[in-house]
Design a protein around this ligand. Structure first.
Ligand code: SF4
Length: 354
C-alpha cells in the first residue's frame, strides 16, 4: 500500500544511494549498511525495530523516510504447485508475480511494469498497453512478499526472473537499482548468477544493461526466425530487426561460460515448422546460447493456437540432434493463467481470481 508519498521510500535506494541520503543529513555512512540489513535481511517494516540505531536517528528517519511493503491481495495455487500473487499498488493498478517451485529450487517471476508498451501479439499483458513503470521499491517488494511465504515453509528463493508483466529494459532506471538491491551482500543476498533479465529486444537498452550489470543473465524472447514474421508478432522488431538483435546478443558481456537464453514461444502453424527450427539453428549458431521452447498457452481473445505435440517433439529433436542445448518448458501454472504471456495484473477484471 502506498502511504506518505512525500517521504523517501528507502526501498527505492541502493546501498550507495542510502549512504548518500544519510550523509546529506550529516549521518555516518556505516549507518546505511545497518539500515539496509534491517530492511532486507530482517524484513523490518519500521524504524522502531532497528535496535542498533540510536533513538534520535530512528525518530529523525521516521519523519523523513518510510519503508514500503506489498502484501498480496490474492494468491492462487495451481495443481503443479505454482503460485500466482496479485499485488495492488495502491493507486488502482495491480501487478502479478509467480512463484515456481521446481524440485525445491524456488524461482520467482516478477513484473517490472503495469501493462506493457511492446504490444507482442501473443501476449495478454501487451493488450493493456503501458500503464506505468514500477518503482524500484515495487519491484523488490514483490520478491520480499513472496519470500515471507517461502520462508514460512523453511525454504529460500533461489532464482529471480524478470519475465512477468512489462518489458524490464523499458524501465531500466528502476530495474537496475532493484537488481543491485537483489544482489547486494547486505541486501537480498541473491547470486547474480541467479538473476535473469528478459527482453523482447530493445537493443540500446541491452547494451546499457551489459555495461551497468554485466553479471546477470540475459534472456531474449525471440519467437520468430524471419523479420517478416517477427515484424508482425513483435512490433519491436520493426525498430531493431533480427540482425541487430543477434549482434547485441553476440556482444552481450556474459561472464565465463554463461549462455544467452533464447525464449521461443511455439505457436501452432505460425513458427513451429522444421523450416523454423533450421532457421533458428542458423541464426543462433554463433552465439553461446540455449533455447527454451515454450508451447503457447491458448487464451481468450487471442487467435494463436498451441502447437501439436508432434510439432514440439520434431522441433526439439531437430535441435537436440545438432547439439543445441534446448529445453521444452512445460506450461507451469497454465491452469491459473500464470504461464508465460498470461499475466495481466487483473487490471480489467479483478474479480477473476479473488
Ligand atoms: S511479451 Fe513481454 S514485451 Fe511483449 S507485450 Fe508481453 S510483457 Fe510486453
Amino acid at each position: 500500500m502506498m502511504s506518505n508519498p512525500e517521504k523517501t521510500d528507502l526501498k527505492n535506494l541502493t546501498l550507495p544511494m542510502l549512504e548518500r541520503f544519510l550523509q546529506g543529513r550529516g549521518k555516518e555512512r556505516f549507518r546505511a549498511t545497518q539500515i539496509f540489513k534491517w530492511i532486507y535481511q530482517h524484513d523490518a517494516g519500521s524504524f522502531g525495530e532497528m535496535t542498533n540505531i540510536s533513538k534520535d536517528l530512528r525518530t529523525e528517519l521516521a519523519e523523513t523516510a518510510r519503508i514500503s511493503k506489498l502484501e498480496p491481495e490474492a494468491v492462487e495455487q495451481g495443481s503443479d504447485g505454482t503460485r500466482k500473487y496479485l499485488f495492488s499498488l495502491g493507486d488502482g493498478n495491480a501487478v502479478e508475480s509467480v512463484l515456481i517451485p521446481i524440485e525445491g529450487r524456488n524461482t520467482v517471476c516478477i513484473s517490472s511494469q503495469a501493462g506493457c508498451a511492446m504490444g507482442c501479439e501473443f501476449c495478454l499483458t501487451g493488450t493493456f498497453k503501458l500503464v506505468r513503470n514500477l518503482t524500484t521499491a515495487e519491484i523488490v517488494n514483490q520478491i520480499m512478499a513472496i519470500r515471507c511465504d517461502v520462508r514460512a515453509a523453511g525454504e529460500e528463493i533461489r532464482n529471480i526472473v524478470l519475465m512477468g508483466m512489462g518489458e524490464p529494459l523499458h524501465n531500466l532506471d528502476n530495474v537496475i537499482p532493484a537488481i543491485q538491491i537483489m544482489i547486494d551482500g547486505n541486501g537480498l543476498q541473491l547470486s547474480n548468477r541467479r538473476v535473469t533479465v528478459s527482453t523482447c529486444g530493445l537493443v540500446p537498452e541491452m547494451e546499457r544493461l551489459g555495461r551497468e550489470l554485466p553479471n546477470v543473465n540475459l534472456a531474449v524472447s525471440l519467437n520468430a526466425t524471419t523479420d517478416e514474421l517477427r515484424d508482425r508478432i513483435m512490433p519491436v522488431n520493426r525498430k531493431y530487426p533480427l540482425k541487430e538483435l543477434l549482434r547485441a546478443c553476440r556482444e552481450f558481456p556474459l561472464p565465463g561460460r554463461r549462455k544467452v537464453t533464447f525464449e521461443y514461444v511455439m505457436m501452432g502453424g505460425i513458427n513451429d515448422s522444421l523450416e523454423d527450427a533450421k532457421r533458428l539453428l542458423r541464426l543462433t549458431s554463433d552465439i553461446p546460447g540455449k533455447i527454451n521452447l515454450i508451447p503457447f498457452n491458448e487464451h481468450e481473445g487471442c487467435g494463436f493456437r498451441a502447437p501439436t505435440q508432434a510439432a514440439i517433439d520434431a522441433f526439439h529433436t531437430f535441435l537436440i540432434d545438432r547439439n543445441v542445448t534446448v529445453i521444452t518448458r512445460d506450461s507451469r501454472g497454465a491452469d491459473i493463467s500464470a504461464a508465460c504471456g498470461q499475466l495481466k495484473g487483473n487490471l480489467e477484471n479483478r474479480k477473476e481470481i479473488i
